[in-house]
Design a binder for this molecule. Structure first.
Ligand code: VGL
Ligand code: ZN
Length: 213
């Protein structure tokens, strides 16, 4: 899919979960999660409207393996809203691991949206929690500002970036994922599955030179 030339007032960059716990050395490190930071900073310079998403869990969150007896990270269990992959404890609100990467240089971003704050519900997506009904308010924020097109970058491509892109499409936005400004966890083929799901949903998959050139 081609993408429209950037229309500054109708386009936003969504920077997903570039937080210490998703960077090598963190609790849920995404391989090479740090190498995309300079590129994200350069991309950020092309956008007037930047939104930063931050995974922000209370201690004891339902997505943590440690919150369930006899469970270990990467087990999949059933919660009231459906299947839930269990993770190491990560991005506990107020901790160093939950902070944005220090080299992220997006001081013109006007919104930081925190998600996964509900102790009983996970939220990979920056738009809708995992119960698929509780909204973060992000779609309304973007629409009220006249934004119709979002570009997504960050971590992890096959979880939070993918679900945010799918929900952006479902909410009526044009959505483009800048692949070289993302990195994946790739759990049991989740990267290939994510690419397929995004293509089916009409998410544009592009590379950064399309924006920077
Ligand atoms: C994420 C797993 C758990 C992500 C967040 O940012 O992709 N993945 N919480
Ligand atoms: Zn999380």
């Amino acid at each position: 899919m081609s993408h429209p030339s950037l229309h500054p007032s109708r386009t936003a960059l969504l920077v997903i979960d570039v937080q210490n716990d998703f960077i090598p050395g963190g609790q849920l490190a995404v391989p090479e999660g740090d190498v995309i930071v300079p590129l994200i900073n350069r991309l950020g310079g092309q956008f007037n409207q930047v939104v930063i998403a931050q995974d922000w869990h209370p201690a004891g969150h339902a997505s943590f393996a440690s919150s369930h007896p006899n469970r270990k990270p990467y087990d999949v269990i059933q919660l009231p809203y459906g299947a839930q992959t269990l993770w190491p404890e990560h991005c506990v609100r107020g901790t160093h691991g939950a902070e944005l990467h220090t080299e992220l240089d997006l001081s013109h971003a006007q919104l930081i949206i925190r998600k996964g704050c509900n102790p009983d519900i996970d939220s990979y997506s920056a738009f809708l929690e995992a119960d698929r009904t509780t909204t973060t308010g992000l779609a309304g924020y973007l629409k009220e500002r006249g934004i119709d097109t979002v570009y997504l970058v960050g971590l992890a491509l096959d979880f939070c970036v993918m679900f945010s892109a799918l929900d952006a499409r479902a909410a009526g936005f044009n959505a483009f994922v800048v692949l070289d400004a993302c990195r994946a966890i790739d759990l049991d083929g989740s990267l290939a599955a994510a690419i397929e799901r995004m293509q089916v949903a009409g998410v544009g998959l592009i590379q950064s030179p399309a924006i920077l050139a």
